[in-house]
Design a protein around this ligand. Sequence first.
Ligand code: ADP
Length: 376
Amino acid sequence: MAQLLFKDVNKVYPNGYHAVHDFNMEIKHGEFICLVGDSGCGKSTTLRMIAGLEDITAGEFYIDGKLANQMSSRDRGIAMVFQSYALYPHLTVAENLGFGLTLEGIDADVIDERVAATAKILGLTDYLERFPRQLSGGQCQRVAVGRALIRKVSIFLMDEPLSNLDAKQRVTMRSEIKQIHRSVGATTIYVTHDQTEAMTMSDRIVVMRSGGYVQQIGTPYELYFYPKNLFVAGFIGEPPMNFIRGTVENGHFKTETLDLDIKPIVKDANAIEGKKVVFAFRPEAVEVYGVEKKGAAKPAAKTEGYVISSNVDLTELLGDTTNVYANVGNVNVILKINPHHTPEMGSEFKFVIPHKAAYLFDAETEEVIESGLERH
Ligand code: ADP
């Protein structure tokens, strides 16, 4: 386990491209941290600076309180797992696992012991004599994780390690990596562009945006329910949060077709009078109103909130929920609703956005003004 500290860490590549801006963070012993964001936002660059594979242009980076900017990769106590697992095709699983230790000149007996112990953790004991071509993608990835694990380092760095696997294998490996982390306890920094991976695996998530800017650092719960800005709100959650642009007039959120009293969700409506804002809510936060199976009337929703009239463009039954693509005025929204109370395609219906599920963002700065959750 190790503790990492970043103070205003920046990366400018030799061609002048500023890939990471003022990265500040303290990572605690044994934490599982995901760096998440779209392709090119500086995640791998950050990871490579931690590994010592890229110089830090400005700022300070500490490992366990020791300034590590100039520390060699070897001395950092780091093992890395990459997207392409690059196993040696002519070596068996056991030999692939032990290869790094052999290079370090460790005794064969010790290597055998550690290979056996690592294989046990990863469920590879029955595959030790196989060659990589005789393994599934998931098993290969497990060997790659094993090669890092066997080195007993205090920091694990993983760069999109699951992106070559199919969807089902990804889900399995996700929980396996999490379990390994729980049993080994190494501080882990995991890069992914997949927000579901980040949400399910992390103690905390760092959301980055193109240009190398950190947008928010927080637990999955904090990011989901208390996003600091429109970028994070739109990035975390699938389908994404719905955004409706309008203006605050006389304490009401107004668009051409909507007029919603914002006093139930903001502390001080006067402070934002006249502002251009974005009203937002998550697809699953709504309650549909007056739709019953086969058109029978369902009692009106009891939740206090905004009642919105809408038209259904399209419905997608997923089984556990139905995605309803609807329009509010001329804005498209997605609602995730109970499949037994799905309005018919083309029909008009009403839904309620509970006050506690409504958010307001400043349309210019993109920062959150208020989330209804804080007031309900
Ligand atoms: P991510 O991992 O988030 O996809 P990267 O950290 O790989 O992003 O890259 C961040 C940005 O830095 C990208 O715009 C990329 O093109 C640029 N970049 C990466 N490596 C270099 C390099 N060696 N020289 C110049 N620019 C680079």
